[in-house]
Design a protein around this ligand. Structure first.
Ligand code: SF4
Ligand code: SF4
Length: 83
């Protein structure tokens, strides 16, 4: 599943450099996650790094991008081959 950042984000800047897929970027007001790049850290880490580090717990699953582990793994492999 891709994750998403809610409007509870306080723009603390700590999650963006932790993302192994460069999926986190600054939007018009708060940070956002590009669903096509978020693998929920599958392929890199056991746990989503942004969720681990976010001080206000504002990174839930994106309900519009519910994906299986297999799909996330395929996304990881696609991103690796495109790198
Ligand atoms: S779960 Fe992992 S891949 Fe997805 S945005 Fe967070 S750090 Fe990046
Ligand atoms: S760690 Fe959480 S509060 Fe900080 S910028 Fe990222 S989403 Fe926003």
């Amino acid at each position: 599943m891709a994750l998403m950042i809610t409007d509870e984000c306080i723009n603390c800047d700590v999650c963006e450099p932790e993302c192994p897929n460069d999926a986190i970027f600054m939007g018009p007001e708060i940070y956002q996650i590009e669903p096509n790049r978020c693998t929920e850290c599958v392929g890199h880490f056991d746990e989503p790094q942004c969720v681990q580090i976010c001080p206000v717990s504002c990174i839930p699953v994106n309900p519009e991008h519910v994906e299986s582990h297999e799909t996330l793994w395929q996304k990881f492999q696609r991103l690796q081959s495109a790198a």
